[in-house]
Design a binder for this molecule. Structure first.
Ligand code: SF4
Length: 260
């Protein structure tokens, strides 16, 4: 990978997406994520190095140049303009490659293209400060407000994530908070109330919360990669659970969406 951020690890590009930000978007899937969420549906994205069985899931295994990605994204400028769309960095975790992410976003912005990043928020100050000035919008996941439960579910506590949520909010970058709803793990009334209260009190400019219902679509991917699926046969979040969570969260923000 170029140390100057001119190239980096992106493992997939999706065009014409209508999620992860407004309008029609191109999504860049970054490799590298320090967390290990039990429900992660992109295990192939978590490391920068090779992993067993990854081949069929990676479009590119070698670093990709920023210019190549810019050219790809620019093919759809007319769609972004007509729909209010743009590009979104997702993953994996874009903040794991901050110089590369910042370069890509800067070049998008220079072309008048709206930029967003979907992130776990688990990154150091320097990474956030490098990327944030180039973003029009952040979609940040908060998986649990209890530090110990967060650690049990993802491998790390939530202090850094909550601190970065405040930092992004205070920088004035529009932000949507998302919660992956994992039945029996973070969907108790008190879990959701704690999340709502944090958003209401610490992030008053946040108007939208998204509830992302757990699904188990990734089970076969884990099997193909020779990995055990950490959540076993946990059933997907039911409509009823998702609706109940949304009802609780509606007390704290203007809008609650079901889905991203
Ligand atoms: S933050 Fe996202 S990419 Fe990282 S482990 Fe969790 S679900 Fe997977």
């Amino acid at each position: 990978m170029g140390g100057d951020g001119e190239a980096g690890f992106v493992y997939k590009v999706e065009r014409f997406c209508v999620h992860d930000g407004p309008g029609i978007r191109t999504l860049f899937y970054f490799r590298g994520c320090p967390l290990g969420c039990l429900w992660c549906c992109n295990p192939e994205s978590r490391t920068l190095g090779p992993i067993r069985g990854e081949d069929e899931f990676l479009m590119w295994k070698q670093p990709v140049g920023v210019q190549r990605l810019v050219e790809l994204a620019c093919r759809d400028v007319a769609y972004y303009r007509s729909s209010g769309g743009g590009v979104t960095l997702t993953g994996g975790e874009a903040l794991a490659q901050p110089e590369f992410a910042a370069n890509l976003l800067r070049k998008m912005r220079e072309r008048g293209i709206h930029t967003a990043m979907e992130t776990s928020g688990h990154a150091g100050d320097e990474a956030v400060e490098t990327v944030l000035p180039h973003l029009d919008m952040v979609l940040l996941d908060i998986k649990h407000m209890d530090d110990g439960r967060h650690k049990a579910l993802t491998g790390f506590g939530n202090a850094r994530i909550l601190s970065n949520a405040r930092k992004i909010h205070d920088a004035g970058v529009p932000m949507t908070i998302r919660v992956p709803l994992i039945p029996g793990h973070n969907d108790r009334e008190e879990d959701l109330r704690a999340l709502g209260e944090f958003v209401w009190s610490a992030l008053p400019a946040v108007k939208t919360l998204c509830v992302l219902g757990y699904h188990n679509y990734a089970v076969n991917k884990y099997l193909a990669m020779g990995l055990d699926y950490p959540l076993g046969d946990l059933p997907p979040a039911s409509e009823e659970r998702i609706t109940r969570a949304a009802e609780t969260l509606k007390r704290y923000v203007e809008e609650v969406r079901m889905g991203g």
